[in-house]
Unconditional design. Structure first.
Length: 383
Protein backbone atom coordinates (compact mmCIF):
# COMPACT_ATOMS: atom_id res chain seq x y z
CA UNK A 1 0.00 0.00 0.00
CA UNK A 2 1.54 3.30 -1.03
CA UNK A 3 2.23 5.83 1.67
CA UNK A 4 2.57 3.21 4.41
CA UNK A 5 5.57 3.36 6.72
CA UNK A 6 7.37 0.06 7.13
CA UNK A 7 7.84 -1.15 10.70
CA UNK A 8 11.47 -0.95 11.74
CA UNK A 9 13.42 -4.18 11.88
CA UNK A 10 14.52 -5.17 15.36
CA UNK A 11 18.15 -4.38 14.57
CA UNK A 12 17.19 -0.83 13.62
CA UNK A 13 15.70 -0.05 17.02
CA UNK A 14 17.51 0.77 20.24
CA UNK A 15 18.00 -2.28 22.43
CA UNK A 16 16.65 -1.67 25.92
CA UNK A 17 18.76 -4.26 27.72
CA UNK A 18 21.88 -6.36 27.22
CA UNK A 19 19.94 -9.51 26.31
CA UNK A 20 18.30 -7.66 23.41
CA UNK A 21 21.76 -6.66 22.18
CA UNK A 22 22.76 -10.33 22.46
CA UNK A 23 19.64 -11.47 20.62
CA UNK A 24 20.56 -9.35 17.61
CA UNK A 25 23.81 -11.32 17.33
CA UNK A 26 22.45 -14.87 17.52
CA UNK A 27 22.48 -15.60 13.77
CA UNK A 28 25.79 -13.91 13.03
CA UNK A 29 28.92 -16.02 12.36
CA UNK A 30 30.81 -13.33 14.31
CA UNK A 31 28.66 -13.29 17.44
CA UNK A 32 31.04 -12.21 20.20
CA UNK A 33 28.23 -10.74 22.29
CA UNK A 34 26.61 -13.21 24.68
CA UNK A 35 28.55 -15.09 27.33
CA UNK A 36 27.06 -18.50 26.53
CA UNK A 37 29.40 -21.30 25.45
CA UNK A 38 29.54 -21.46 21.63
CA UNK A 39 32.91 -23.06 21.00
CA UNK A 40 33.34 -26.51 19.46
CA UNK A 41 32.82 -29.60 21.58
CA UNK A 42 35.94 -31.21 22.97
CA UNK A 43 36.46 -34.94 22.26
CA UNK A 44 35.24 -35.74 25.78
CA UNK A 45 32.12 -33.60 25.35
CA UNK A 46 31.47 -35.16 21.93
CA UNK A 47 31.24 -38.55 23.64
CA UNK A 48 28.49 -37.17 25.88
CA UNK A 49 26.53 -35.89 22.89
CA UNK A 50 27.02 -39.18 21.02
CA UNK A 51 25.57 -40.98 24.06
CA UNK A 52 22.31 -38.96 24.08
CA UNK A 53 20.15 -41.85 22.76
CA UNK A 54 21.36 -44.05 25.62
CA UNK A 55 20.87 -41.18 28.08
CA UNK A 56 17.30 -40.80 26.82
CA UNK A 57 16.60 -44.45 27.63
CA UNK A 58 18.22 -44.06 31.05
CA UNK A 59 16.14 -40.95 31.74
CA UNK A 60 12.94 -42.83 30.93
CA UNK A 61 13.77 -45.81 33.10
CA UNK A 62 15.26 -44.29 36.26
CA UNK A 63 13.58 -42.29 39.07
CA UNK A 64 13.87 -38.55 38.43
CA UNK A 65 14.88 -37.69 42.00
CA UNK A 66 17.76 -40.16 41.79
CA UNK A 67 18.98 -38.62 38.52
CA UNK A 68 18.68 -35.11 39.93
CA UNK A 69 20.64 -36.04 43.03
CA UNK A 70 23.47 -37.62 40.99
CA UNK A 71 23.59 -34.67 38.59
CA UNK A 72 23.90 -32.19 41.44
CA UNK A 73 26.55 -34.29 43.16
CA UNK A 74 28.70 -34.35 40.01
CA UNK A 75 28.28 -30.64 39.27
CA UNK A 76 28.92 -29.33 42.78
CA UNK A 77 31.84 -31.71 43.35
CA UNK A 78 33.47 -30.65 40.08
CA UNK A 79 33.49 -27.05 41.35
CA UNK A 80 34.77 -27.84 44.84
CA UNK A 81 31.40 -27.28 46.54
CA UNK A 82 31.38 -30.41 48.68
CA UNK A 83 29.54 -28.67 51.51
CA UNK A 84 26.39 -28.06 49.47
CA UNK A 85 23.18 -29.29 51.17
CA UNK A 86 22.17 -32.70 49.84
CA UNK A 87 18.94 -33.23 51.78
CA UNK A 88 15.69 -31.57 52.77
CA UNK A 89 14.82 -30.17 49.33
CA UNK A 90 17.32 -27.33 49.62
CA UNK A 91 18.62 -27.69 46.03
CA UNK A 92 16.05 -26.85 43.34
CA UNK A 93 16.79 -27.50 39.67
CA UNK A 94 15.50 -24.91 37.18
CA UNK A 95 15.69 -24.56 33.40
CA UNK A 96 18.10 -21.62 33.69
CA UNK A 97 19.77 -19.32 36.18
CA UNK A 98 17.43 -16.51 35.06
CA UNK A 99 14.45 -18.61 36.13
CA UNK A 100 16.19 -19.29 39.45
CA UNK A 101 16.63 -15.53 39.77
CA UNK A 102 12.95 -14.91 39.06
CA UNK A 103 11.87 -17.41 41.71
CA UNK A 104 14.26 -15.88 44.24
CA UNK A 105 13.09 -12.34 43.46
CA UNK A 106 9.43 -13.23 43.84
CA UNK A 107 10.14 -14.94 47.14
CA UNK A 108 12.19 -12.05 48.50
CA UNK A 109 9.49 -9.54 47.54
CA UNK A 110 7.09 -11.28 49.95
CA UNK A 111 9.40 -10.42 52.86
CA UNK A 112 11.23 -7.20 51.90
CA UNK A 113 10.97 -4.18 49.63
CA UNK A 114 14.68 -3.43 49.18
CA UNK A 115 17.87 -5.21 48.14
CA UNK A 116 21.53 -4.14 48.00
CA UNK A 117 23.12 -5.18 44.68
CA UNK A 118 26.71 -5.17 43.47
CA UNK A 119 27.48 -2.46 40.90
CA UNK A 120 28.21 -3.03 38.04
CA UNK A 121 26.73 -6.40 37.05
CA UNK A 122 24.71 -7.97 34.23
CA UNK A 123 21.52 -5.98 33.82
CA UNK A 124 19.01 -8.81 33.78
CA UNK A 125 19.65 -9.13 37.54
CA UNK A 126 18.51 -5.58 38.41
CA UNK A 127 15.75 -5.85 35.79
CA UNK A 128 14.32 -9.01 37.37
CA UNK A 129 14.62 -7.56 40.88
CA UNK A 130 12.95 -4.30 39.88
CA UNK A 131 10.28 -6.28 38.03
CA UNK A 132 8.92 -7.66 41.30
CA UNK A 133 8.89 -4.21 42.91
CA UNK A 134 12.15 -4.28 44.86
CA UNK A 135 14.05 -1.05 45.49
CA UNK A 136 17.71 -1.43 44.50
CA UNK A 137 20.60 0.03 46.50
CA UNK A 138 23.98 -0.13 44.71
CA UNK A 139 27.06 -1.55 46.44
CA UNK A 140 30.15 -0.43 44.55
CA UNK A 141 32.37 -3.38 43.74
CA UNK A 142 35.49 -1.86 45.30
CA UNK A 143 33.61 -1.21 48.53
CA UNK A 144 32.28 -4.75 48.57
CA UNK A 145 35.77 -6.24 48.39
CA UNK A 146 37.64 -3.80 50.61
CA UNK A 147 35.85 -3.74 53.96
CA UNK A 148 32.70 -3.95 56.02
CA UNK A 149 29.46 -2.60 54.62
CA UNK A 150 27.72 0.43 56.09
CA UNK A 151 25.49 -0.72 58.97
CA UNK A 152 22.87 1.81 57.87
CA UNK A 153 22.75 0.16 54.45
CA UNK A 154 22.35 -3.29 56.00
CA UNK A 155 19.56 -1.98 58.21
CA UNK A 156 17.71 -0.64 55.16
CA UNK A 157 17.53 -3.79 53.00
CA UNK A 158 16.33 -7.36 53.27
CA UNK A 159 19.10 -8.87 51.17
CA UNK A 160 22.64 -8.33 49.89
CA UNK A 161 23.17 -9.70 46.37
CA UNK A 162 26.67 -10.41 45.02
CA UNK A 163 27.74 -11.81 41.65
CA UNK A 164 30.99 -13.76 42.07
CA UNK A 165 32.87 -14.03 39.81
CA UNK A 166 31.25 -10.85 38.62
CA UNK A 167 30.01 -10.34 35.08
CA UNK A 168 31.64 -8.42 33.41
CA UNK A 169 34.59 -7.64 35.71
CA UNK A 170 35.56 -11.18 36.68
CA UNK A 171 36.22 -10.18 40.30
CA UNK A 172 35.92 -12.96 42.86
CA UNK A 173 34.78 -12.61 46.45
CA UNK A 174 37.59 -14.16 48.51
CA UNK A 175 36.90 -16.78 51.16
CA UNK A 176 37.89 -14.35 53.91
CA UNK A 177 35.63 -11.62 52.54
CA UNK A 178 32.71 -14.02 52.05
CA UNK A 179 33.04 -15.16 55.64
CA UNK A 180 32.97 -11.60 56.95
CA UNK A 181 30.11 -10.59 54.66
CA UNK A 182 28.08 -13.58 55.84
CA UNK A 183 28.79 -12.59 59.45
CA UNK A 184 27.58 -9.04 58.74
CA UNK A 185 24.39 -10.37 57.16
CA UNK A 186 23.81 -12.67 60.13
CA UNK A 187 24.27 -9.74 62.54
CA UNK A 188 21.61 -7.72 60.71
CA UNK A 189 19.33 -10.67 59.79
CA UNK A 190 19.81 -9.94 56.10
CA UNK A 191 19.70 -12.67 53.44
CA UNK A 192 22.99 -13.06 51.54
CA UNK A 193 22.49 -14.12 47.92
CA UNK A 194 25.25 -15.15 45.53
CA UNK A 195 25.08 -15.59 41.76
CA UNK A 196 28.01 -17.86 40.92
CA UNK A 197 27.18 -18.52 37.24
CA UNK A 198 30.82 -17.94 36.14
CA UNK A 199 32.37 -19.92 39.02
CA UNK A 200 33.66 -22.67 36.72
CA UNK A 201 36.17 -20.41 34.98
CA UNK A 202 38.20 -19.31 37.98
CA UNK A 203 39.81 -21.66 40.52
CA UNK A 204 39.85 -18.74 42.98
CA UNK A 205 36.03 -19.01 43.05
CA UNK A 206 36.05 -22.75 43.76
CA UNK A 207 36.73 -22.80 47.49
CA UNK A 208 33.78 -24.35 49.31
CA UNK A 209 31.30 -21.47 49.57
CA UNK A 210 28.71 -23.70 51.21
CA UNK A 211 30.99 -24.64 54.08
CA UNK A 212 31.54 -20.92 54.73
CA UNK A 213 27.85 -20.07 54.48
CA UNK A 214 26.66 -22.99 56.61
CA UNK A 215 29.12 -22.04 59.34
CA UNK A 216 28.19 -18.35 59.34
CA UNK A 217 24.69 -18.53 60.80
CA UNK A 218 23.31 -16.21 58.12
CA UNK A 219 20.34 -16.88 55.88
CA UNK A 220 21.54 -17.41 52.33
CA UNK A 221 20.63 -18.29 48.74
CA UNK A 222 23.03 -19.33 45.94
CA UNK A 223 22.25 -19.39 42.23
CA UNK A 224 24.45 -21.72 40.17
CA UNK A 225 24.47 -22.23 36.41
CA UNK A 226 25.74 -24.82 33.95
CA UNK A 227 24.98 -22.75 30.84
CA UNK A 228 28.26 -20.82 30.59
CA UNK A 229 30.54 -23.86 30.77
CA UNK A 230 29.68 -26.21 27.94
CA UNK A 231 28.45 -25.70 24.33
CA UNK A 232 25.19 -27.54 25.01
CA UNK A 233 22.80 -25.59 22.71
CA UNK A 234 21.05 -23.91 25.67
CA UNK A 235 20.32 -27.24 27.39
CA UNK A 236 21.30 -26.30 30.92
CA UNK A 237 20.39 -26.26 34.59
CA UNK A 238 20.16 -23.32 36.98
CA UNK A 239 20.47 -24.57 40.54
CA UNK A 240 18.70 -22.61 43.30
CA UNK A 241 20.25 -23.52 46.68
CA UNK A 242 19.09 -22.26 50.08
CA UNK A 243 19.95 -22.33 53.76
CA UNK A 244 17.85 -24.46 56.09
CA UNK A 245 16.01 -21.53 57.67
CA UNK A 246 16.07 -19.05 54.80
CA UNK A 247 12.64 -17.63 55.65
CA UNK A 248 11.62 -17.22 51.99
CA UNK A 249 8.86 -19.18 50.18
CA UNK A 250 11.23 -20.47 47.49
CA UNK A 251 9.75 -23.97 47.26
CA UNK A 252 6.19 -22.64 46.98
CA UNK A 253 7.03 -20.18 44.22
CA UNK A 254 9.13 -22.83 42.47
CA UNK A 255 6.05 -25.08 42.43
CA UNK A 256 3.96 -22.20 41.08
CA UNK A 257 6.20 -22.02 38.01
CA UNK A 258 7.45 -25.51 37.19
CA UNK A 259 7.20 -29.15 38.17
CA UNK A 260 10.82 -29.95 37.49
CA UNK A 261 13.42 -30.12 34.74
CA UNK A 262 14.19 -32.70 32.08
CA UNK A 263 15.96 -35.80 33.44
CA UNK A 264 17.70 -36.04 30.05
CA UNK A 265 19.30 -32.62 30.59
CA UNK A 266 20.22 -33.60 34.14
CA UNK A 267 21.98 -36.72 32.88
CA UNK A 268 23.78 -34.69 30.21
CA UNK A 269 24.96 -32.21 32.88
CA UNK A 270 26.14 -35.11 35.03
CA UNK A 271 28.21 -36.52 32.16
CA UNK A 272 29.66 -33.10 31.26
CA UNK A 273 30.59 -32.57 34.92
CA UNK A 274 32.25 -35.98 35.08
CA UNK A 275 34.25 -35.06 31.99
CA UNK A 276 35.11 -31.77 33.71
CA UNK A 277 36.52 -33.64 36.69
CA UNK A 278 38.50 -35.85 34.31
CA UNK A 279 40.48 -32.91 32.94
CA UNK A 280 37.80 -31.06 31.02
CA UNK A 281 37.67 -28.11 33.41
CA UNK A 282 41.43 -27.62 33.21
CA UNK A 283 41.16 -27.81 29.42
CA UNK A 284 38.45 -25.13 29.51
CA UNK A 285 40.65 -22.83 31.61
CA UNK A 286 43.48 -23.20 29.11
CA UNK A 287 41.12 -22.59 26.18
CA UNK A 288 39.75 -19.35 27.65
CA UNK A 289 43.23 -18.13 28.63
CA UNK A 290 44.47 -18.75 25.07
CA UNK A 291 41.50 -16.89 23.60
CA UNK A 292 42.01 -13.96 25.96
CA UNK A 293 45.68 -13.78 24.94
CA UNK A 294 44.65 -13.91 21.27
CA UNK A 295 42.28 -10.94 21.62
CA UNK A 296 44.76 -8.90 23.64
CA UNK A 297 47.55 -9.56 21.12
CA UNK A 298 45.37 -8.48 18.18
CA UNK A 299 44.32 -5.23 19.85
CA UNK A 300 47.31 -4.42 22.05
CA UNK A 301 48.83 -1.67 19.88
CA UNK A 302 45.60 0.13 18.94
CA UNK A 303 45.93 3.73 20.22
CA UNK A 304 43.66 4.51 23.16
CA UNK A 305 42.53 0.91 23.67
CA UNK A 306 42.97 -0.78 27.04
CA UNK A 307 41.95 -3.99 28.77
CA UNK A 308 39.91 -3.15 31.85
CA UNK A 309 40.07 -6.39 33.85
CA UNK A 310 43.73 -7.37 33.85
CA UNK A 311 43.40 -10.46 36.08
CA UNK A 312 39.99 -11.74 34.95
CA UNK A 313 39.69 -15.45 34.18
CA UNK A 314 36.01 -15.58 33.22
CA UNK A 315 34.86 -16.14 29.65
CA UNK A 316 34.39 -12.45 28.77
CA UNK A 317 36.84 -9.58 28.23
CA UNK A 318 36.17 -5.87 28.62
CA UNK A 319 37.81 -3.43 26.25
CA UNK A 320 38.10 0.33 26.81
CA UNK A 321 37.81 1.99 23.41
CA UNK A 322 39.30 5.37 24.29
CA UNK A 323 37.56 8.55 23.18
CA UNK A 324 34.89 6.72 21.19
CA UNK A 325 31.70 5.46 22.78
CA UNK A 326 31.10 1.74 22.92
CA UNK A 327 27.71 2.07 21.24
CA UNK A 328 29.30 3.98 18.37
CA UNK A 329 31.84 1.19 17.84
CA UNK A 330 29.08 -1.42 18.13
CA UNK A 331 27.19 0.31 15.33
CA UNK A 332 30.33 0.50 13.20
CA UNK A 333 31.28 -3.19 13.44
CA UNK A 334 27.82 -4.70 13.05
CA UNK A 335 27.87 -3.55 9.43
CA UNK A 336 30.44 -6.35 8.98
CA UNK A 337 28.21 -8.78 10.95
CA UNK A 338 30.46 -8.50 14.01
CA UNK A 339 28.56 -8.23 17.28
CA UNK A 340 30.09 -7.30 20.62
CA UNK A 341 28.36 -5.86 23.69
CA UNK A 342 28.33 -2.18 24.68
CA UNK A 343 28.66 -1.91 28.44
CA UNK A 344 26.42 0.96 29.56
CA UNK A 345 23.73 -1.28 31.02
CA UNK A 346 26.12 -3.27 33.18
CA UNK A 347 26.36 -0.02 35.16
CA UNK A 348 22.69 -0.24 36.06
CA UNK A 349 22.78 2.65 38.57
CA UNK A 350 24.90 5.01 36.42
CA UNK A 351 25.00 3.81 32.79
CA UNK A 352 27.36 6.57 31.64
CA UNK A 353 30.18 4.80 33.51
CA UNK A 354 30.13 2.14 30.78
CA UNK A 355 30.01 4.53 27.84
CA UNK A 356 33.51 3.77 26.57
CA UNK A 357 33.73 0.02 27.08
CA UNK A 358 32.77 -3.10 25.13
CA UNK A 359 32.52 -6.70 26.28
CA UNK A 360 33.83 -9.50 24.09
CA UNK A 361 32.78 -13.13 24.59
CA UNK A 362 35.69 -15.59 24.67
CA UNK A 363 33.81 -18.92 24.54
CA UNK A 364 34.13 -19.03 20.77
CA UNK A 365 36.33 -20.75 18.21
CA UNK A 366 39.75 -19.15 17.82
CA UNK A 367 39.00 -18.47 14.16
CA UNK A 368 35.86 -16.46 15.02
CA UNK A 369 37.74 -14.52 17.70
CA UNK A 370 40.63 -13.79 15.34
CA UNK A 371 38.31 -12.54 12.59
CA UNK A 372 36.30 -10.48 15.06
CA UNK A 373 39.35 -8.95 16.73
CA UNK A 374 40.83 -7.98 13.37
CA UNK A 375 37.60 -6.33 12.23
CA UNK A 376 37.38 -4.49 15.52
CA UNK A 377 41.01 -3.46 15.20
CA UNK A 378 40.40 -2.02 11.72
CA UNK A 379 37.40 0.02 12.91
CA UNK A 380 39.23 1.33 15.99
CA UNK A 381 42.35 2.29 14.07
CA UNK A 382 40.25 4.09 11.47
CA UNK A 383 38.88 6.28 14.24
Amino acid sequence: MTGATAAPRQDETAAENLTQFEYLALSSPLNLADGHARQELTPGQRKVVDALPALWTEAVERPVDEIERESGEAFFTMLGQRGYPRADGRVLACYSSSLSMEIFARALATRSDAIALVHPTFDNIPDILRGVGLRLVPIEEDRLHDGDLDPALLASVGCVFVTTPNNPTGRVLSEQRLRRLAEECAEHDVVLTLDTSFRGFDPAAQYDHYAVLEGSGCRWVVIEDTGKLWPSLELKIGWLVQSAEVGLPLAKIYSDILLGVSPLVLLMVKRFAEDGMDGGLTELHRFIADNRALVRAELADVPGVGFVDEHSRVSVERLHVGERKGLEVWNAVRGSSLYVLPCQQFHWARPSEGDHTLRIALSRTSSALTSGARLLRAVLRAG
